[in-house]
Design a protein around this ligand. Structure first.
Ligand code: NPQ
Ligand code: MG
Length: 372
């Protein structure tokens, strides 16, 4: 395709309940939506997962919007015959910003695949028509509140519960949830980098609770610290923030820093890089699963397509819409048993509902054209 114009808009979706992690508390999810239009009338949509503040990653929403408008789209306008696989090479001279790059690549993927009548799942090599999913449970005010929340999600059917942890909220909540729900519950913990290797002895006590994995205890660039922790714990170590590319995934596996990988398309620069990480992890016998960034239905649906690949053997952080939002910008995504059906429509398979967009858009959409 040749991109003729693009539109950037910000939507704000109130969360049903605040989401607290070791990084902070979120009450509203603001999301940057990208729409591209091709010279032949092709149309594609995507969502950038950069958050309001650069806490989970160095990227943030306003920065991503600025970068997309001033640098990424102009670089793509200059390509006369743009294939989805050509997006990353055309942007490779611009350093960093994987979430912004993923958003424009995904919009191009959606446009091109829709024009071809092919689903994103089929294009990526998906092999499952539905995927098992879990829920990520934030840090609670009290242990009673936590048990109520976990009980509700287990009752809803979720295949796995992930507890957000931080120093002062770790052994006790994990022990209590394990004791209350028994050994049959698939349980994991995610620290979002809140610990240092000096905490290794403390973290090793989590081995008593049969966790399927401990996610990202240390800083993103501390592969050595994670490798040393992995060597002394029975609980498998999973990396999230550390895995910023296929090359980073290879380095982490080689260093024995993790035995499981969380793949988030935004964090690694897109769905095509995500597939490369899936492929190399599968070859190395490292299970992968699809992470979540409190996406709207647009990003969440694209994640379902990715999670249908064969190496995604662990439940993803792809909860039903109702876990996070009263109303979404797409049709609600629903849980069936412990799974969600992978859409098979062309492209990502959903488009934003105009009424919902009108209701949630916070600022006038910005139109970007080759003329400037
Ligand atoms: C994780 N997500 O696996 C992330 C972290 C995370 C669902 O646990 C705003 C936007 C706030 C994205 C907080 C889940 C966020 C965010 C935490 C992502 O580590
Ligand atoms: Mg994580």
């Amino acid at each position: 395709m040749r991109i003729a114009e693009a539109e950037l808009r910000t939507v704000a979706l109130p969360l049903i309940t605040p989401f607290r992690t070791s990084l902070g508390t979120q009450t509203v999810r603001r999301a940057l939506l990208v729409r591209v239009r091709g010279a032949e009338g092709e149309e594609g949509w995507s969502e950038c997962v950069a958050d309001d503040e650069p806490t989970y990653s160095p990227e943030y929403l306003e920065g991503a919007a600025d970068l997309i408008r001033r640098f990424l789209l102009p670089a793509l306008f200059a390509v006369p015959s743009l294939d989805p696989a050509g997006v990353a090479p055309a942007l490779a001279h611009l350093r960093g910003h994987p979430m912004a790059k993923a958003a424009v690549e995904t919009a191009v993927l959606d446009a091109v695949l829709r024009a071809r009548g092919l689903s994103l799942a089929a294009h990526l090599g998906g092999v499952r028509s539905s995927v098992r999913v879990g829920v990520s449970v934030g840090i609670a005010d009290t242990l009673d509140d936590l048990l109520d929340t976990v009980d509700r999600h287990v009752g809803a059917g979720y295949a796995r519960i992930k507890l957000k942890i931080e120093p002062g909220w770790d052994l006790e909540p994990v022990r209590l949830v394990r004791e209350t729900f028994g050994p049959g519950l698939m349980l994991t913990a995610d620290a979002n980098t809140a610990y240092t290797p000096a905490d290794a002895r403390h973290l090793a006590r989590l081995d008593a609770y049969g966790l399927t994995m401990l996610e990202q205890p240390f800083a993103p660039d501390d592969l050595d610290g994670h490798a040393r922790l992995a060597a002394r714990m029975d609980t498998p170590i999973c990396l999230d923030e550390s895995i910023t590319s296929a090359r980073a995934a290879t380095a982490a596996i080689r260093a024995r820093a993790c035995s499981i990988i969380n793949i988030k398309p935004g964090r690694v620069g897109g769905y095509l890089e995500s597939r490369r990480i899936h492929d190399l992890a599968l070859a190395a016998d490292v299970p992968v699963w699809c992470g979540g960034m409190l996406e709207t239905g647009l990003g969440r649906t694209a994640n379902l397509a990715l999670a249908s690949l064969p190496g995604f053997t662990l439940p993803g952080d792809i909860s039903a819409t109702a876990r996070y939002y009263e109303r979404d910008i797409t049709a609600p995504i629903e849980l069936t048993g412990d799974s969600i059906v992978v859409p098979d429509g062309p492209g990502v398979g959903v488009t934003p509902d105009p009424d919902a967009l009108a209701a949630f858009t916070t600022d006038p959409p910005v139109r970007v054209t080759p003329a400037g």
